[in-house]
Ligand binder design. Structure first.
Ligand code: HEC
Ligand code: HEC
Length: 449
């Protein structure tokens, strides 16, 4: 995120400088008499005004949201195979393999459905007759995150990929069973990447089902194992996560209509802007970067600042208060699979986010990760608890911004008119584009790949 921040700052600076040059030397000089312009763009419009007239400062902000500002995905130092094509192919197979569940019914793709931008369209995920506590987020472009899950309780994509496998109402499996399954079914792929494929055939040492989870039987079986044998299993389990992450890192956001508009705005080509966006969509963008204050949190080319905020959402009926980030911090520092842990490939110096994590503070209570907004028109319902069925409901919430309880809401009520709310929604719908990934990665692999 920091690297994106830098790129964004550079883009804003570039635009501001070229904008200022335009003000001094360019067509702005011909503007209508009596228009007062502040140097870095106050509320002034370009001479043409109208739907697509933007100040230099506004064009800088628009540029900072463009996908052209998205840097190539940096390597994940905690995952040595993160960019290895063999790991991508292996992880691709694992992502779609329902063998990673005891009854052969659930894979990652059960909830992260490629056709639904890797979401599931449900209020809260449900594959075993019971709702999970939270709504399924997209994983398109998620490799850019510093933190994973709505509460950021994981600090890498590979560590994240381990948890659903052992969650009783998700895959419902356990690490010994999945390790055995993978070594049985993918031994050559595994050995090509990780060399060591340990011998787990002694059932007195490696019970068929065991994991340090809530389930008493699984935990008892795990506690019976020696620490060395537990480590052996944990290593392979971590390798499974690293391979899955290598695959899902490759699913990147595509170029949306907004990005074409941004390019036209940077060039200040009003004709072109008018071809790409309707006046309503442009008005929505104006609200998004202006009076709507959306870019306070949804900024940069992925439309997220990567941090956590409490926005005072209503609780779903029958559910209790969700602490969000204030528990996520405790969980991530305690996670055996975090960046500083024994199964990470990173050096301590690589784990800056974790080492300098903000652990406590009122603002973390009931705070959740700011989701990116690319493809948001295709990923309803919305929010960590899936409370809003559509974008109209989301915008109504921003208009009212009720106080949070407990915790503090970081929102101020916007009280937009109906026209403004519709415009904002029209703009959000311009952020969709097919994911940028080789087409074969957007579906289950051919058998034997
Ligand atoms: C039962 C449905 C379900 C299955 C199966 C599932 N997930 Fe998820 N996934 C979710 C939900 C729900 C969340 C959000 C949970 C939370 O934040 O507490 C999530 C979150 C994530 C995130 C974090 C996204 C973010 O914004 O931080 C990633 C990455 C992810 N899942 C990948 C996977 C992978 C890889 C697998 C397979 C190993 C998988 N998921 C299996 C439902 C599922
Ligand atoms: C103070 C920071 C902040 C501001 C300002 C803000 N948002 Fe958000 N937004 C968030 C957070 C945090 C979430 C997720 C909240 C949760 O699930 O608990 C979110 C969620 C969303 C979602 C749902 C996305 C999804 O995939 O579920 C949409 C849409 C959205 N915001 C649009 C907007 C718009 C439009 C504006 C401006 C009117 C705006 N936001 C202003 C922080 C902010």
């Amino acid at each position: 995120m920091r690297r994106i921040g830098l790129a964004v700052a550079a883009a804003v600076l570039l635009i501001l400088v070229s904008g200022a040059a335009l003000v001094l030397f360019g067509p702005f000089r011909e503007g209508p008499a009596g228009v007062v312009r502040t140097f870095l763009g106050g509320g002034e419009r370009s001479p043409a005004g109208g739907a697509h007239g933007w100040t230099a400062a506004e064009r800088g902000l628009i540029a900072s949201l463009s996908i052209d500002q998205l840097p190539p995905l940096a390597p994940d130092p905690s995952n040595a195979v993160g960019d290895d094509p063999a790991a991508v192919a292996f992880g691709h197979a694992l992502f779609f393999d329902s063998g990673l569940s005891p009854d052969g019914t659930v894979s990652c793709s059960s909830c992260h459905v490629p056709e639904l931008y890797f979401t599931d369209g449900k209020v809260r995920a449900n594959v075993r007759g019971a709702d999970t506590p939270r709504h399924t987020p997209t994983i398109v472009g998620i490799g850019y995150s510093d933190w994973y899950y709505w509460d950021g309780r994981k600090d890498s994509q590979w560590a994240q990929a381990l948890a659903p496998q052992e969650a009783a109402i998700e895959h419902g499996g356990n690490r010994v069973a999945h390790t055995l399954y993978v070594l049985d079914n993918y031994r050559s792929q595994y050995e090509a990447l990780f060399v060591r494929a340990p011998d787990l055939s002694d059932e007195t040492r490696f019970p068929l089902n065991a994991a340090p989870v809530e389930d008493a039987l699984l935990r008892a079986a795990w506690d019976e194992m020696t620490e060395a044998d537990q480590n052996t299993v944990n290593h392979v389990f971590a390798d499974i996560g690293k391979s899955i992450a290598a695959y899902s890192r490759r699913i990147l956001p595509g170029r949306s209509r907004f990005d074409d508009y941004a390019a036209a705005a940077i060039a200040n080509d009003q004709g072109r802007m008018g071809e790409i966006f309707s006046a309503e969509e442009a008005a929505g963008l104006r609200l998004f970067i202006g009076d709507g204050q959306c870019t306070d949190c949804h900024n940069g080319p992925l439309f997220t600042n990567g941090t956590f905020h409490n926005i005072g959402l209503p609780l779903p009926e029958g559910s209790s208060f969700d602490q969000g980030r204030s528990l996520g911090t405790l969980k991530v520092v305690d996670d055996a699979f975090n960046c500083l842990g024994a199964f990470s490939d990173a050096g301590e110096e690589d784990c800056v986010e974790l080492r300098f994590i903000k652990m406590a503070g009122d603002e973390l209570v009931g705070a959740f990760k700011v989701p990116g907004l690319r493809n948001v028109g295709n990923t309803a319902p919305y929010m960590h608890n899936g409370i809003f069925p559509d974008l109209d409901a989301v915008i109504r919430h921003y208009n009212h911004a009720p106080p949070a309880f407990p915790g503090h809401s970081d929102l101020v009520p916007l009280a937009l008119t109906v026209e403004q709310s519709d415009a904002l929604k029209a703009f959000l719908l311009t952020l969709s584009a097919a994911p940028d990934a080789p087409p074969e990665l957007l579906q289950a692999p051919e058998r034997g790949e």
